[in-house]
Ligand binder design. Structure first.
Ligand code: NAD
Length: 384
């Protein structure tokens, strides 16, 4: 057995932990650029705290999921203001934007030099600017991953900028920042977190350290996602979901993903759908296709036992088998009002092109079994 595990240099978790951000930022630089999503009041507090530490701050706002151009626009602001430390404060969109900016500000050339799939995929040579990541959603775990997901308008696909150098210097996970999440975003981001715990646990390159993290994360998400959705002020459920999201990030950065994320990249580049909703809609159908394909072609695969363990963790029943995970996930999606893919403009005619792109996606390479084009099309057809 061989495995490795890498994460942010420092992870700070806890209610109110955002107050540690300003003193830490002051150890890295004197001029901060804060990349923010739609929570300017949280950024305003942070700016005051930075000022108290003699750190000047400018902000760069991100609306929607980021494209390559979003990062380039942010880099102009950072350069104009001579920023020497970057802070991402927001959902995965703001965090990925800041992470990519920190990397590209010190590595010259075009983003396409470094982007995977559509670009030249060259490795980053220089250490990025110091980067602090502070999530305000409980979903992506991007605060501890080494990639930033960016949309390409030219290629109509979402791809990653990825490097071990991109792991943030500090991840501050403060569940209080998620209390203001509206119900629909609690659902989409929480379902993304759950997917990022199930796919690494059942991927083709498992890692025992990741396994332990996934088991803990799945249990927390299973008991708390619906509660956080029904009552956003449930402090214990919000805390569980922030832990589940963090653990999902730790998992995906150190194991692989699978077909759900293989589809999410191309789908997210083509349709204006929240990443977590795409993942959630596909998850039960992908589990079903994987279990069926494994039973037919690789009946001795240890992943079948892993799917049974997923079912046991989700349902809380020690006798649950792989198929019960599928029913539980379908019920959760119904309870959280997950929409069919057609709601985002996806049609039957689009299936072949999304399948062709998904087969090339890096996440697809982690799926526990190679699914045929027909099997992949079948998943999209039932998720329509
Ligand atoms: P998001 O960042 O797009 O946020 C969704 C919405 O919620 C936005 O409108 C945002 O402004 C708002 N919001 C965020 N925090 C809020 C709060 N506390 N209160 C009220 N509103 C709030 O959504 P996300 O799911 O966190 O991130 C999605 C992006 O992350 C996608 O681009 C996806 O591809 C990417 N992603 C990256 C990784 C990675 O490892 N880098 C992993 C998974 C997903």
């Amino acid at each position: 057995m061989r495995f490795e595990f890498a994460t942010a240099t420092r992870i700070i978790f806890g209610q109110g932990s955002i107050k540690e951000a300003a003193p830490l930022a002051a150890t890295f630089g004197r001029r901060a650029l804060i990349v923010v999503g739609s929570t300017p009041e949280q950024a305003a507090l942070l700016i005051d705290q930075l000022k108290a530490q003699q750190v000047e701050a400018v902000t760069f706002g991100v609306s929607g999921e980021p494209a390559i151009e979003t990062v380039q626009a942010g880099m102009v602001v950072a350069r104009d203001n001579h920023c020497d430390v970057i802070i991402g404060l927001g959902g995965g969109s703001a965090i990925d934007t800041g992470k990519a900016m920190a990397a590209l500000l010190t590595n010259p050339g075009d983003p396409l030099d470094y982007l995977e799939v559509i670009g030249r995929g060259q490795p980053l040579q220089q250490m990025p600017l110091p980067y602090l990541a502070i999530p305000t959603t409980a979903g992506t775990g991007s605060e501890v991953t080494r990639n930033a997901v960016l949309a390409s308008h030219e290629y109509h696909v979402k791809v990653s900028l990825r490097s071990p150098l991109m792991l943030p210097r500090v991840a501050i996970v403060d569940p209080e920042l998620t209390y203001s999440l509206p119900q629909a975003i609690t659902a989409s981001t929480g379902l993304d977190a759950l997917t990022q715990l199930i796919e690494p646990y059942t991927c083709n390159a498992p890692n025992p350290l990741v396994d332990a993290i996934c088991r803990e994360g799945m249990q927390r998400a299973a008991r708390s996602l619906k509660r956080a959705y029904q009552d956003g002020s449930d402090v214990a459920a919000r805390e569980d979901m922030s832990i589940a999201a963090l653990f999902g990030g730790l998992a995906l950065a150190n194991a692989k993903l699978g077909a759900v994320h293989g589809f999410a990249g191309p789908f997210g580049g083509l349709y204006p759908a929240p990443h977590g909703m795409i993942c959630a809609r596909l998850l039960p159908f992908v589990v079903e296709a994987n279990v069926r394909a494994l039973q037919a072609r690789e009946p001795n695969s240890p992943v079948l036992q892993r799917y049974a363990e997923v079912a046991q963790l989700l349902t809380g029943r020690s006798t649950a088998g792989a198929r019960e995970a599928i029913g539980w996930l379908h019920q959760l999606c119904a309870d959280l009002n997950v929409a069919p893919l057609s709601q985002f403009g996806f049609t039957e005619q689009d299936i072949p092109s999304v399948v062709a792109q998904a087969q090339k996606a890096s996440s697809m390479k982690g799926n526990p079994i190679v699914l045929t084009a027909e099997e992949l099309s079948g998943i999209l057809r039932v998720a329509l």
